[in-house]
Design a protein around this ligand. Structure first.
Ligand code: GRF
Length: 198
């Protein structure tokens, strides 16, 4: 059985990417084929290279907000790697509908909230502000609308007395590292049963 090929897009440290790489071993039906960043200095690129995974980067800044021009470059290493699945993991650039449509139904993203709550940024501060008793993270299929698309799994954490955005983010991140690998495996096995943790 040939493995599903997985490309992972990152912008920073890539802790979710590392969790995904470390999960794709043994009888897992997928293997990584590329780790790609919009930042040449993203810490995750080194971690991927250390694990023997091909890496590439395309700096978004020279394109000065011309998303289509940036994406016309970004797509090149992805197409060269011939992925079956594309995972966004801490990838902090908004992708256009045209780009996403090329991977419709096979692009995943992890978002640090219990979607559909708190799409966008600063999710932990917003959950604290709202006085939510629980918070968490979601993995969803990527569609043209930001942080939208079918939810494939969620993990819940309690909000604790005295939590700050940082303490809550750290608690959620630990669950992200459990949730994303679990969802990717089911997705690669074409098992559409949602993953619910916590
Ligand atoms: C984290 O805030 C995580 O919640 C979100 O992206 C950020 C960086 O994640 N998914 P990573 O460590 O680069 O995977």
């Amino acid at each position: 059985m040939s493995h599903k090929r997985v490309a992972i897009l990152i912008s920073g440290g890539g802790s979710n990417m590392v969790a995904l790489l470390d999960s794709m071993v043994g009888d897992h039906p997928a293997r990584p084929c590329l780790v790609l960043s919009n930042d040449e200095h993203a810490g995750g690129l080194k971690k991927a290279a250390e694990r023997g995974v091909a890496t590439a980067w395309v700096d978004h800044r020279p394109f000065k907000g011309d998303r289509a021009a940036f994406e016309a470059e970004l797509i090149k290493p992805i197409l060269a790697a011939e992925p079956d699945i594309v995972c966004l993991a801490g990838f902090m650039r908004v992708l256009t509908g045209d780009f996403v449509s090329q991977f419709q139904g096979r692009m995943l993203n992890i978002h640090p909230s219990l979607l559909p709550k708190y799409k966008g940024l600063n999710t932990h501060a917003r959950a604290l502000e709202a006085g939510d008793a629980e918070h968490g993270c979601s993995v969803h299929e990527v569609t043209a609308a930001l942080d939208d698309g079918p939810i494939l799994g969620q993990a819940r954490v309690p909000v604790l007395e005295g939590d700050t955005p940082d303490t809550l983010a750290a608690r959620v991140l630990t669950q992200e590292h459990r949730l994303y690998p679990a969802v990717l495996r089911r997705f690669a096995e074409k098992n559409s049963t949602p993953v619910h943790l916590g």
